[in-house]
Design a protein around this ligand. Sequence first.
Ligand code: UD1
Length: 414
Amino acid sequence: MATYRIRHCEQLRGEVIIHSAKNAVLPLMCACLLTREPLILEHVPNLTDVQTLLDILADCGVSMRRDGNTLTLWAEEPKSPAVTDLLSRMRASVLVMGPLLARTGYARVSLPGGCAIGQRPIDLHLKGMEALGAQVQLTPGSVTLQGKLRGGNIYLDFPSVGATENILLAAALADGVTRIENAAKEPEIVDLCGCLVQMGAGITGAGSGTITVEGRESLHGCTWRPIPDRIEAGTILCASAMTEGSVLLRGIRADQMQAVLFKLAETGVTLRDSPAGLRLTGRGSQPIQVRTLAYPGFPTDMQAPMMALALRLRGTSVFMETIFENRFMHAREMVRLGANIRIEDRIALVSGGGMLSGTTVSSTDLRGGAAMMLAGLAAEGETILRDPAGHIARGYEDLPGMLGSLGADIVMEV
Ligand code: UD1
């Protein structure tokens, strides 16, 4: 349960270091289930989603040690998790399925939860496991899979990030060669494959639409540092562009966030990438057209923060959400601040540049909550952002503190 008091902000200035990516760390943590040797993950961010997955992995029999932000995980004799409540809280928990099945020949997981941004089925994950020879049995609220896995050819109807990761994790220990067609190309997939290869897996094609996995009898441990969080970086850049900002982001990979950087540049801000980091200068003013797509398209996770920026752009910005069917919940909260937003099915028209006034609003989901924090910076007076489910802390390590270090006035009350 958290409440944030956010004051209007005209200028953000300074520099911040970007944390490792939540969406890279979660699948990497599940990779520990593939070997009895220790997997050491460095620079792990302090997020409630990480803690939830640690609780799930502990329930799977994984031993763990945390020294600062270094996490050591080792799974001598993994087993399926017993506590269903934890799994239903976080969608990424379904990623224990593939490695458990591959390592032990059996996996039983409850159907996952997470943000209510869409239906979010796991049919593609299950189709992948079936193609690897698993018998799948669906019961209300859970799924049981068993069988010795062998390589197979899989075509994903949609390049699902989670399904690609689950299949990769399973195929790494399957008997024979697996080909995933229409695989997701996100940088977090490439990062997972890099770590798996370091653990001894045979994987080629990561980052392309076809990934080939040569199964191994066993894998070993390794030390891995996950990639920086392109969504956290994009969120801070949007905040900066809403003000007369000059912000330096350190520790990012600009090459992994081109869609967002091009869109920011279209608003009129200046972006400069140098060995010191990426600097954004100036306030955005021109409206934009955003269509969310699988990578390398514009990321759906950046749609809400970018919509917060659009509140300050003069003219009508257009947002088309093609990945999740219920991902405009934050728009309703923005309207409470005085925003002019019209929604037609999967399209949102945002007429920006009008005056916003602080009031009490809610955090609707993880990225929507972050976007409301940004919208609060734009509103006159004080905005009270209620986040009873703790959505923001699930995926951002101290977002108010990061914005505060740049000059924002955000106070968190627990
Ligand atoms: C991951 C990210 C999330 C991001 C999303 C899309 C993590 C932990 N989360 O979520 O932040 O918003 O990618 O970039 O990495 N789908 C199916 N059947 C399936 C699986 C997915 O129909 O079996 C659909 C989903 O309902 C959705 C679309 O495919 O409409 C994309 O989902 P997916 O890429 O799987 O997202 P996640 O892995 O859940």
